[in-house]
Structures are given as structure tokens and as C-alpha cells.
Design a protein around this ligand. Sequence first.
Ligand code: ARG
Length: 470
Amino acid sequence: MTAQLSKKGEAWSARFSEPVSDLVKRYTASVFFDKRLALFDIAGSLAHAEMLAAQGIISAADRAEIERGMAQIKAEIEAGSFEWLLDLEDVHLNIEKRLTELVGDAGKRLHTGRSRNDQVATDIRLYVRAAIDDIVTLLHTLRGALTDLAEKNADTIMPGFTHMQVAQPITFGHHMLAYVEMFGRDAERMLDARKRVNRLPLGAAALAGTTFPIDRERVARTLGFDDVCHNSLDAVSDRDFAIEFCAAAALIMTHISRMSEELVIWMSPRVGFIDIADRFCTGSSIMPQKKNPDVPELARGKTGRVYGHLTGLLTLMKGQPLAYNKDNQEDKEPLFDTVDTVIDTLRIFADMAGGISVKPDAMRAAALQGYATATDLADYLVKKGLPFRDAHEAVAHAVRACDDAKCDLSEMSLERLRAFSTLIDDDVFAVLTLEGSVAARDHVGGTAPRQVRLAIERVRKQLMEQGTQK
Ligand code: ARG
């Protein structure tokens, strides 16, 4: 369908005998949210016009007029003076109508060989691609900030937990690097999704392709796409790339939310492992003593809405027969909100990482409770020749005795320890200390401060390489 903009502006109104009601107009219009795609829409139109001219489908003069008009429209949008009209339904028709106002017939020729169906699919792909690039950069910044925090705390001992119970001593640096790994995979996932985002739908037209001798590869090159979509029905109808993006975004939020949960717990006065700088916290309107970790709490909460958007998009897609259906217009708000939420959250977290202060004494005191070095004692006995299961049993008895005596394993006398195994000598105390325990886990991926430093080196190299790739 070649758009003929009527006087009233609708692209299709000549076919209709009565206008739609105001309610229907509002219900079906998307301009108030899809105007956000305007600059991508213009970029797509310019590439399309360039190709039409190169193929002799429109004249060079028409192309020049289209470029002139689009330059003015872009300036108007950036200046905030562009008038968006609900009557013109969406971003595409608003821009096309203004173009025709500015340059006349050349503007009316722009839509040759194209439909809003392939146009909108192209716009969204350009939008998602730009969002991915921003998100990957922010993940990079956040990883850098967390690595700085890890470096400062490569030797800071804290309890490591399983089942929320003290398990074994670890270093805070190691704990931070766990998140550095997660956010690294998140960036990989985004970049992998980008490959499937970066394909050009234009040329599919409404659904079947077009009768004009278009050059899709040329448009793809102009817009920086790696390839064209190879089936026109698929090109206009599937939003799997947006769903995949939202799934990767949901995983970022999963990691953010786990970290948030920990920050909230650690900042609770009962735990008191860290403090978060005042600029990320708020007080209570009634309890003057309160300082609440609002930022991590909100991030944990906002994770829910990103999950919701993913579910929304999956559900939006599942019932649609090929090819394009108006249902797809509903892809935008969830997508936009996902991008906004993830970008704001990553930005604030990268900043907040520098505002986390660690309380090593509280961490240490907590690590001394709960017999965190019991596994070290068992390993010690194994190294002296006892089978692991027997060592486990001997240490369990020792822990029980400590429980009764209200002391730590390291506070028991050698004589008392030897009651559980005569293999124990006075070299045992080296493994029962927190420092000895963490230092002994000295292999790739282990918590030993030496390994934490090596891991930091590895991450820094990675970050530097990624930084220079840009
Ligand atoms: N606003 C529409 C969308 O977002 C643009 C495509 C509309 N195409 C159509 N034939 N109604 O999907």
C-alpha cells in the first residue's frame, strides 16, 4: 500500500466512509510513545531514499529534497518544536506528513517500496542496537567500579555463607568479583543478542516484498546492519530479537537484585558489614535514627517490572499468526521501560560501588562465629592420611565440644583437639586461622588473596581490551 496522505492526514482515509471516534483514535495511536523512535525513523528513511535514488526509483532531485526536509524535521525534533499530532497516529506518519508539508511531492514519494510494517521493525532494531551498546558500556563501567572495590578488599576477610549460615571464610574482594563475573556474562549475552538484532527488515514492505527493483544490501550497509532479514514475512512480524534483549535485560536485573539483597542485609545494623554513602540512602519521615538503603531496595523492586515486560512481550507474540498484526505496536512501551530501567540502574550502581565502605572488624567477628574453619581442619586431617569421611566425623565431634565450651576451634588447646584425632599437631593452628583458611584456597577461582589479585589482573586486561575495541 502506497501511503496517500489525505488532507486530514490519515494515510488510509480515502478508503473509509466515516472517521474513527476520538476514543478509537486514542486507543490505536502510538505517537505519544513511539515518537521516541523519531531519529531512528529518519535515519531509516534517509537510507531508503538514498537507495531509491541509486536504483533510479526516485530522482536525485527528490532525494535531495527529502534530505533537506528531514534535516529540518530533525532540527525541529531536537529543539522540541516539532508538533506531534494524535490524528497522525504514529511517529512514521507524523514525520512523513511534515516532510510532505516541507518538500511537497518528493515527500510523498519516500514511501515507495516500503510499508510501515518494515519501517517500524527497522526502527526498533536500530533502537535496540543502540540500547545494547549503551548497556554494554555501562556494564563495563560497573565491572570496573566493582573491581576497584575488590582490589581495595583483596585481603578483607568476611564469612562466606551457604543457606544464610556461616560456611567458610572468604575475602570481600572475592565476593565482589563474583558479581564482576556475572555482569561480564551479561555483557556477553547482550553482544550475542546484538548479532540477531542487527539485520535489516526494510524491503519486506507490508509482508511479501515489493515490485520495485530495490537494493536491500545497500540499505543494510548504510544503516550498519550486518545482513538483511531473509524472509519478508518473518522480517515484519517477529519480535524475537526484542524478547531476547528483554531476557538478557532480565538477567542483568537478576544479578542486580541479588546484589541489592546482599547490600540491604549487609547494611542492616544487625549485620553491619558495610555502609552505603548517604547520597544513596534516605531517612524516615517519622523515625529520626533511620538511614535506609533505598537504592538497592528499589533496584530489587524494579527487577519485577523488567521480568513483567519480558513476560508481556512473550505473551504478545505467542498468539500472532503471520505476518504483521497491530498487536506488535504493544512491543514498544515494555521495551522502552526495560531500557530505561536497566540503564538507570546500571548507572546508579556503578556510582554507588564507589560509595560502599567496608567494615572489616564486623566481617571478621562474624567469620569467627560458626566454626568457619571446620572444613580446613578436616582437610588438614586428610592431608595427614585420614579418609575424608572419618576426618569429617572427627571434626564434627570437635565442633560439638566447641559449642559446649562456647569457643572457636582455633581457641581450643592442642591437648583438647588431640582428643578428636591424634594426627593433630601444633601446626594445626596455621589452618584454623581465618587468614590461613583463605590463603590455602590458592587455585584459579579460589578465594585466596593471591588469586583475587590475579583475577583482578585478568578482569582489568579484559576491560582494557574491550575498551579499545570500541
Ligand atoms: N505503529 C505501528 C507499530 O508500532 C506501525 C506499523 C503499523 N502498520 C500498520 N499497517 N498498521 O507497529
